[in-house]
Design a binder for this molecule. Structure first.
Ligand code: PEP
Ligand code: MG
Length: 324
């Protein structure tokens, strides 16, 4: 499939109406990194660090992690890599951690909640990331932030980790960007100061959609009822886009929907300018973006909403058929 899109691999994704969309890839293992070249991704928009923890039967050591992250950065050859701190709990249970008996693990003690309550592992991971950067730029993203204070506390941990490295006389990252995933609806309504303090945001559409519709993302029965192109969900995303625009906060979208061409086109039409997806999706998404006029798609979306439709998908599909 990647061969099919080889001719547009190095072409930037500029739509017919002249909007440039940044296309990044999601990764989680060293083995994913070669795709950075092959897919034409501009960087790694989401590096899921928990995979390294999940494939072992004991907690990795700080040195091991630092070496691994350094190799990730080496393989990225200067392209930006967004390292997401450990997102465990819920469906991702570490074999060497005592499982929590929780009735609703997706709503339970997971991700940054664990990181802040038991900061040992998070501190080790932050230190490993700073050492791995070894004077290169470093980008850190916190998962599952549901309120401003959680981001502030996590950010404080980064600052403390930096201060420790200074004291030890180690080299600091050339630049440091710290951001958050927006994957709980509450964060879309955070005070404006939050949007000013984060250095970037990335919409985790998989979780955001799950919590918005109260529909388990793992449960096929309920998951399929709710379309990503549902007008209410798109309104939430639009709101996030507007709030970020007001505060000049860089925003991207890194859920699975970013890798589906029609969804990606609609996200771009409502203002997203950066998407992160599986490497194999970059070709198909770019291929559609190169052909589309976002102004027209935006109008199709607005009209469908005015007509009271539940999802804009039928209208968008019809528009695409007319174009073909
Ligand atoms: C998401 O929730 O959309 C996301 C990108 O993170 P994950 O799928 O790892 O939960
Ligand atoms: Mg998520």
């Amino acid at each position: 499939a990647q061969q099919r899109y080889a001719s547009i691999r190095d072409t930037p994704a500029v739509t017919r109406c002249g909007n440039r969309i940044e296309l990044n890839m999601n990764a989680g293992l060293m083995a994913d990194l070669p795709s950075l070249q092959g897919s034409g991704a501009e960087g790694v928009g989401l590096f899921r660090t928990e995979l390294q923890f999940l494939i072992r039967n004991q907690m990795p050591k700080r040195m091991e992690l630092a070496e691994l992250y350094a190799r990730v950065l080496d393989s990225a050859h200067g392209k930006r890599v967004v390292f997401r701190t450990l997102d465990i709990g819920s469906d991702k249970v570490l074999p060497y951690m005592k499982p929590n008996d929780e009735p609703n693990p997706a709503l339970g003690w997971r991700a940054i909640r664990v990181g802040l309550d038991k900061p040992g592992v998070m501190r080790m991971q932050l230190q490993a990331l700073i050492r791995a950067a070894n004077g290169r730029p470093l980008t850190i993203m916190f998962p599952f932030v549901a309120q401003f204070e959680e981001y502030r506390q996590a950010r404080k941990e980064v600052d403390k980790a930096i201060a420790r490295e200074v004291k030890l006389g180690h080299v600091l990252p050339e630049t440091l960007e710290v951001g958050a995933m927006l994957e709980t609806p509450s964060l879309a309504f955070a005070p404006e100061q939050f949007f000013r303090e984060v250095e970037f945001l990335s919409i985790g559409g998989n979780d955001l959609k799950q919590f918005f519709f109260a529909a388990d993302r793992e449960n096929e029965r309920v998951r399929r009822r709710y379309d990503t192109l549902n007008v209410s969900f798109l309104s939430l995303i639009e709101k996030i886009v507007e709030r970020c625009a007001r505060t000049d906060t860089p925003l991207s979208f890194c859920g699975e929907d970013a890798g589906r061409p029609i969804e990606a086109m609609c996200l771009a039409a409502i203002g997203l300018r950066s998407l992160s997806m599986r490497p194999a999706s970059i070709g198909p998404v770019k291929s559609l973006l190169l052909r589309c006029n976002l102004e027209e798609v935006r109008k199709v979306i607005i009209d469908a909403r005015h007509r009271g439709e539940q999802s804009v998908r039928p209208a968008v599909m019809e528009y695409l058929r007319e174009q073909a």
